[in-house]
Design a protein around this ligand. Structure first.
Ligand code: HEC
Length: 200
């Protein structure tokens, strides 16, 4: 049987795509690809790199980013998210969000303060190089704390743990585009959930 999706485990030393002041060196996977990854393959790759992804995010010392790998994952396998840079994404929600019906909200239902949803991501280049990518999260704040963003806090971090921006912290202008898109989902508390085929 031809192993179309055989992993070539050559570990290469390359520059991390951090896009900031220092170019960190990092080992990464190189794989054979032929179009978008089938779910089982995307899952196998994620399982190989997720520890390294967490290590990369760790310098942020962000309690949400530290905690999310232990939360409920709502997707069966990483899915391509073209709205988040055409990366493979996962979707994790904390107990408060999951118990409050994340993914099953009825019109005009709202998440409680303290609900958090996180997406971690990785990139696969057309040449088959696999890189950890940004982590995104939304944290529901106390009512009235951020009316301009539906009382959600939007945050994006780079794979090395540096912050792109935080709507209630540094560089809010760099993450203002998040709500510009998420506001389309106002009816269900600005949440999109995830593609149907990938829901558990
Ligand atoms: C162009 C539209 C668009 C933009 C811009 C966007 N998102 Fe999203 N977001 C989506 C869609 C669609 C989904 C569901 C599918 C997916 O995960 O890709 C989603 C899902 C999410 C989720 C999972 C929670 C949920 O159910 O909605 C989080 C967390 C998230 N986005 C954070 C962010 C952050 C942080 C930013 C800005 C840095 C951002 N998004 C920018 C469209 C967008």
């Amino acid at each position: 049987m031809s192993r179309l999706y055989r992993l070539s485990l050559a570990l290469l030393t390359c520059l991390a795509l951090t896009g900031i002041s220092h170019a960190a060196e990092e080992e990464h996977l190189r794989i054979k690809i032929d179009g978008p990854l089938p779910p089982a393959r995307a899952e196998a790759i994620y399982n190989k790199i997720k520890r390294g992804m967490a290590d990369g995010y760790a310098p942020a010392r962000d309690p949400i980013v530290k905690a999310y790998p232990r939360w409920h994952r709502h997707n069966k396998a990483p899915y391509l998210s073209d709205t988040h840079g055409n990366r493979y994404a996962n979707n994790f929600a904390n107990a408060m969000a999951t118990n409050a019906g994340y993914g099953r909200l009825k019109p005009s239902q709202r998440m409680p303060a303290g609900a958090v949803v996180v997406k971690d991501t990785f990139t696969v280049t057309p040449e088959g190089e696999v890189f950890p990518a940004a982590v995104f999260y939304m944290e529901k704040l106390a009512p009235g704390r951020s009316p301009a963003t539906g009382d959600w806090r939007f945050v994006q971090l780079l794979p090395d743990g540096s912050y792109i921006g935080d709507t209630i912290g540094d560089s809010p202008e760099d993450v203002a585009f998040c709500f510009t898109c998420h506001k389309a989902m106002a009816e269900v508390d600005f949440l999109f959930f995830l593609p149907e085929a990938y829901r558990k």
